[in-house]
Design a protein around this ligand. Structure first.
Ligand code: MRU
Length: 376
């Protein structure tokens, strides 16, 4: 039985009785059904990433890593390295916006560069396990640092609830465990601080109503689901103390790409003096770019996500169309919030201002490496 919350929760793992199979939670079925999905080849990994069986920047990266291990298992002995390189290229192209995907694939390729192909599968398995274990520690770090923000707000309104608004799912399900934006919330809840979460529905895929709400319920965190358009109203009426969201890619200058609609929340937060923080693992920083609006490719997804809604009726999953069939649809999946609207970035190494100075202060070596790469 898979653990659904707490310390032992995982979103991806090796099958307990068959090491040629990687298992993930099928996120397309939540919250109606908790089912696992088997990855038996690297192509299953690509499908899982494309079809959003798995989603969320860190989990997408981890899925690519485990898929490269599967590629090494299925590769013909004579061309093992070439086969895995080809698979890695295909995995890297599976979704465009989350930078962790490219980061994980590059890390595996570096690991492969000193392999003669002999024990490649074992090496890639070690690397995939390391990526997952590191992600858990990174999220714990984000949780510890983000907790200090919630503690400060709680101290400023003794005996009252701290109301936090979040958008999309930057929770355990988007990572290996704990989540990015949710880690500080879970830590605050464990510390018995009175927190309440406004969960944005997050159309069109409803990651808020289907995933974040499920997670909050599993962990017993007080929460209320609201439609995406409610956030501004809540902020105008003093019902939000903090906006805390995740990100799929952050520029070296602190612009953040996140689920479509995040920018509107940042605008409303700025207008109402509500602190707007973004939680991110350093693996989400793209040190090679500085202008989020022009440098981050925004994924455009299938119009079907907008036209159709899936739910459960009498315990059966059903999908219905909600729009006129001839209406043209556009479906931008992400938007960019400029650094000037971000109060601070919460990382595993601490909290900083959303700027090049802030990020390079927390990660001086990575900033210096990228500086020299950009010059060369
Ligand atoms: O399109 P998705 O579901 O993969 O969206 C990505 C996300 O989960 C979010 O944008 C999230 O807030 C950042 S990932 C921790």
């Amino acid at each position: 039985m898979q653990v659904r919350s707490g310390e032992e929760f995982r979103t991806i793992w090796l099958h307990p009785r068959d090491e040629s199979v990687v298992q993930v939670i099928d996120q397309r079925k939540l919250p109606h059904r908790y089912e696992t999905f088997d990855l038996r080849s690297y192509r299953d990994g690509i499908l899982a990433i494309r079809e959003m069986v798995v989603r969320g920047a860190p989990l997408i990266g981890a899925t690519a890593a485990w898929s490269a291990y599967l590629a090494a298992l299925e590769a013909p002995a004579r061309s093992r390295i070439d086969f895995v390189r080809q698979a890695a290229g295909e995995l890297a192209a599976a979704r465009p916006t989350a930078v962790n995907l490219r980061w994980a694939v590059d890390r595996l390729l570096r690991r492969m560069s000193d392999s003669d192909g002999h024990d490649l599968a074992q090496q890639l398995r070690d690397e995939a396990e390391a990526i997952c274990n590191e992600d858990i520690e990174i999220c714990r770090g984000i949780g510890r640092h983000g907790l200090t923000i919630i503690e400060q707000i709680a101290a400023s309104k003794p005996g009252q609830t701290v109301n936090i608004l979040t958008h999309c799912n930057a929770g355990s399900l988007a990572t290996i465990n704990w989540g990015t934006a949710t880690a500080p919330i879970y830590f605050a809840h464990q510390a018995k601080l009175p927190v309440h979460v406004w969960v944005d529905e997050t159309r069109p895929r409803n990651q808020g109503s289907q995933l974040t709400a499920w997670e909050m319920a599993e962990r017993g965190v007080p929460h209320t689901l609201v439609v995406d358009n409610a956030g501004g109203h809540l902020m105008q009426h003093g019902m939000v103390d903090l906006v805390l969201v995740g990100t799929d890619r952050t520029t070296r200058t602190g612009d953040v790409a996140n689920k479509i609609g995040t920018y509107l929340k940042a605008l409303a937060a700025a207008d109402n003096g509500v602190p707007f923080y973004v939680a991110l693992p350093s693996t989400t920083i793209d040190w090679s770019i500085s202008d989020g609006l022009t440098d981050i490719p925004i994924e455009e997804r299938d119009p079907h996500e907008v036209t159709h809604i899936t739910g459960s009726e009498n315990d059966r999953l059903c999908t219905v169309n909600t729009v006129p069939t001839r209406t043209p649809i556009s479906n931008y999946a992400f938007d960019v919030t400029p650094a000037r609207l971000v109060t601070g970035l919460v990382t595993e190494c601490g909290i900083c201002e959303a700027s090049e100075r802030g990020l390079s202060g927390l990660f001086p070596e990575r900033a210096a490496d990228s500086e020299s790469l950009l010059r060369s």
